[in-house]
Design a protein. Structure first.
Length: 293
């Protein structure tokens, strides 16, 4: 197997400061979250200020309410992402070690759980303020793609969530014993840079499609169209990338080398694919029932 690209020596920390016996470090992953949230917020604000984009030239939410909703969204991402990882990926481990559930700094977040957390948070907020849920959702999904794009790039910089072993010309030799544990392979093991695949598909392509629908095709005037496009688009992109992404280690066994969560003979689905199917179905349903207001 040919090793094509050696992973660049990039520190996961941008800088660190030591003072009063304590150390503060700014990591690329944290910066990706911060910048992604800020960019998403500004994109949504710009969309609701462009009243002409909405039915009857009236946005369903105002910029001040978006700021309030942002706090709920951040809580939904953190709590939902962590609980999703605990329940979907390592329930047995955390049942035996419940004290570690709150140790978010040790890693372990699931996008599908974070998405559920955001849905619950937005539902509570829009219900309390009597806002149109579907139209607010259309505004919200327009601001998700920057976080997806930057988050996946940060995953690559952190040399985590890499792909399956490969001999394609752009295969990357990631550092660490786990990344180099490729069975009986002699020499360096190259893997798919699946983080970058996700950055392009879930971030750039899906984001460009949503922006095009919103600003060029009057997408907001068909309630549910953008929300459905996001759910179906993300679900499909993640489903495809799962064929190239290495599953979590606890899913991979001698009898299940592909790390399938649902296995039927030599075929099956990974956990990421299982969780993406409901998103695809929900997205298709919302697109099919969307009608101009």
């Amino acid at each position: 197997m040919r090793a094509s690209i050696i992973f660049p020596d990039i520190s996961p920390e941008i800088f660190s400061i030591s003072a009063f016996g304590m150390e503060f470090a700014l990591r690329w992953y944290a910066l990706a979250y911060i910048v992604g949230i800020l960019l998403g917020w500004r994109i949504v604000v710009a969309a609701v200020r462009a009243q002409r984009l909405w039915p009857n030239d009236e946005a369903p939410i105002n910029p001040r309410q978006i700021e309030d909703l942002l706090t709920w969204v951040i809580l939904g991402v953190i709590l939902g992402g962590r609980l999703g990882y605990v329940l979907f990926y390592k329930p047995t481990y955390y049942a035996a070690n419940p004290a570690e559930i709150l140790q978010i700094w040790q890693g372990g977040m699931a996008f599908h759980g974070g998405m559920l957390g955001v849905v619950v948070a937005a539902w509570i907020y829009t219900s309390a303020h009597k806002l149109n849920k579907l139209r607010v959702a259309d505004a919200m999904v327009l601001g998700i793609w920057p976080g997806l794009l930057l988050g996946r790039i940060a995953n690559f910089i952190n040399a985590e969530l890499w792909g399956r072993q490969t001999d394609v010309a752009w295969g990357v030799v990631f550092p660490g014993h786990a990344a180099q544990d490729c069975g009986q392979l002699l020499g360096l093991c190259a893997r798919h840079p699946s983080q970058l695949y996700e950055a392009v598909m879930e971030g750039l392509i899906l984001g460009a499609l949503l922006l095009w629908l919103a600003w060029r095709r009057n997408g907001f005037k068909t309630p549910g169209l953008l929300t459905g496009t996001f759910f179906a688009g993300y679900g499909l992109a993640r489903f495809i990338v799962e064929f190239f992404r290495q599953p979590d280690a606890h899913f991979v066994t001698e009898g299940n080398p592909l790390g399938l969560a649902l296995q039927l003979g030599s075929y099956g689905l990974t956990m990421g694919q299982l969780l993406s199917l409901p998103m695809i179905l929900l997205g298709v349903y919302l697109i099919a029932r969307a009608k101009p207001a």
